[in-house]
Design a protein around this ligand. Structure first.
Ligand code: F6P
Length: 543
């Protein structure tokens, strides 16, 4: 099949370059680390431990040019309807636009509504904290329970966890997402109704998990405090005022957002209310400001200095040319332990697509890689074995703040030493000859050396990015989240897919709606024989 000029350029580069080792690149260029490190607002991005040289990078920038990346970035910021299958603009960037400049969609400046809701959030957050908005029995609201799923849960959950150090005194936060009744039960067991604010977060307000959980919480509250208490204890975050009203929440208690905010891009909108309640409105604003700084960087920085663009292009290089279809994100920070789960939705729901923007099925290249991760050093003791010695390399994003929020003895220095050591080990590896020499120096006999030398060697040449922030502040966190958002968009542009729809989640939802009545004892429907047998088995097991 004919390929474009830029793709051919990269195929040629792959042929020329792929057998080169990073360690040689470092040995031949003492300036490599400096050359391939970008610093931006106390964020250091060292991408030198990746498998590329200047010519590869040039070829990747050619690819970006061939896909009109610069113009496509502008399209997003300018509110063009780049979510083509849903015919929507994509303007999470407008939610953190403090420039004073208008942003238009269909001739309307969306900043007017955005500013209004932000003010509404500020007023409400301050009222809850000061106690001017109280529970039905007059007690201050101190338990915040966010009921949502996907983008209406993962972002707020990750951010509130990450910013635990900034929580307002006396406030506690809980998250109910799973339809599994245990999620609800566990939270309701912990909170006192009189002091609890439920936030029903759902863009569509039709999501079965969220509405079922919200109904259960509502019934629980009404049983304890009566119907009238709902107005003091329930607020809604949604684009769907009608459904909010039907559910029984007064639209006075609703915080609106809009179709141009995708679920997984929504933590900057009213969906961030739980964040603002946890850390205070000023810190929420700092989070937005960090994201805005990254937006400006993404929009204006030359691609050679552009963190999300370089991050994305290196990902493309591995995915499309090395055929590595996975990557790991490892934050070395306990507060960031939920970041990989959040990024899974951001990346995999955005770029797990197989139809192009021109409506053609993708048959000759792979799109979004699978993402996994967890907090270091914990995961060094689980899946790092595979990272070091598995048969396929896994590119890694390492993330760490230079300063801990809880400096305790040598903990943070040990953490820092570990992250640096892991990246170095992945890159350098350890040759069979080095292992032999080491074992010989330990006095091992030749038979033992022969038996162990392959097992104890590391082929190395395994790529990683290193992100260092000065401290995990709301601003720094905002920058990093926005960085990943823009990385995901850049890759979507190169793969020519719509990164902002999610049709792939629909089929399972439809089938669950068909199966539910069957499990409730209703008429059996036709399925494949495995599903039919399983329905039968479960029904008999449940008696
Ligand atoms: O899983 C599909 C999805 O639509 C996500 O994109 C979204 O974040 C989540 O469900 C929740 O949707 P809503 O906010 O409308 O309840």
């Amino acid at each position: 099949m004919a390929v474009s000029k830029a793709v051919q350029g990269l195929l040629d580069e792959y042929k020329r370059f792929s057998s080169k080792s990073m360690i040689d690149l470092f040995n031949n260029d003492s300036n490599r680390a400096k050359k391939y490190t970008i610093e931006f607002n106390d964020l250091v991005f060292d991408y030198s431990k990746n498998r590329f040289d200047e010519k590869v990078l040039d070829a990747l920038f050619e690819l970006a040019k061939e896909h009109n990346l610069k113009e496509r970035i502008e399209d997003m910021f300018e509110g063009k309807k780049i979510n083509v299958t849903e015919n929507r603009a994509v303007l999470h960037t407008a939610l953190r636009n403090f420039s004073g400049k208008p942003v238009f969609v269909d001739g309307k400046d969306v900043m007017v509504d955005i500013t209004r809701v932000l003010e509404q959030m500020e007023t409400f957050v301050k009222a809850v904290h000061s106690g001017s908005f109280r529970g039905a029995t007059g007690k201050k609201l101190k338990n915040i329970v966010n009921i949502g799923i996907g983008g209406s849960d993962l972002g707020p959950y990750m951010v509130t966890s990450a910013l635990k150090k900034y929580w307002i005194d006396g406030i506690d936060c809980f998250f109910i997402s799973n339809i599994d009744g245990t999620a609800c039960a566990e939270v309701l067991n912990k909170v006192d109704a009189e002091e609890t604010l439920f936030i029903v977060a759902s863009k569509t307000f039709t999501t079965i998990e969220t509405l079922t959980n919200a109904r259960t919480c509502r019934e629980w509250l009404v049983k304890k405090l009566g119907e009238d208490a709902v107005k003091n204890h329930f607020v809604a975050l949604s684009t769907n005022a009608k459904a909010v009203q039907e559910f029984g929440i007064d639209t006075k208690n609703m915080f609106e957002f809009w179709d141009f905010v995708g679920g997984r891009y929504s933590l900057w909108s009213a969906i961030g209310l739980s964040i603002a309640l946890a850390v205070g409105f000023d810190n929420f604003k700092e989070l937005l400001k960090g994201a805005e700084a990254m937006d400006n960087h993404f929009r204006n920085a030359d691609f050679r200095e552009n963190i999300p663009v370089i991050q994305a292009l290196l990902g493309i290089w591995y995915n499309d040319y090395y055929n590595i279809h996975r990557y790991a994100v490892i934050p070395y920070d306990q507060y960031l332990k939920h970041l990989p789960a959040y990024l899974q939705q951001l990346d995999m729901e955005s770029n797990g697509k197989s139809v192009r923007l021109d409506n053609k099925k993708i048959t000759d290249y792979a799109t979004g890689p699978a993402l996994f991760g967890g907090a270091g050093t914990d995961v060094q003791h689980s899946f790092f074995q595979l990272l070091h010695q598995g048969t396929e390399p896994v590119p890694v994003d390492f993330i760490i703040p230079a300063n801990s929020q809880n400096e305790t003895g040598k903990h943070h220095l040990i953490l820092l030493a570990n992250i640096l050591a892991q990246a170095e080990a992945l890159m350098k590896g350890k040759t069979v000859e080095e292992v032999e020499a080491e074992l010989r120096a330990q006095g091992k006999d030749e038979a033992t050396i022969e038996k162990l030398k392959l097992n104890k060697s590391f082929e190395g040449n395994r790529p990683s990015n290193m992100f260092i922030i000065k401290k995990l502040t709301p601003f720094a966190l905002g920058m990093m989240i926005a960085m990943y958002e823009h990385k995901v968009y850049t890759q979507g542009v190169i793969w020519e897919i719509d990164s902002f729809d999610q049709w792939g989640v629909e089929l399972g939802k439809q089938l669950a709606l068909k199966i539910l009545p069957e499990l409730e004892g209703g008429q059996r429907q036709t399925h494949d024989c495995s599903t039919e047998a399983l329905i039968e088995k479960i029904s008999s097991m449940r008696g």
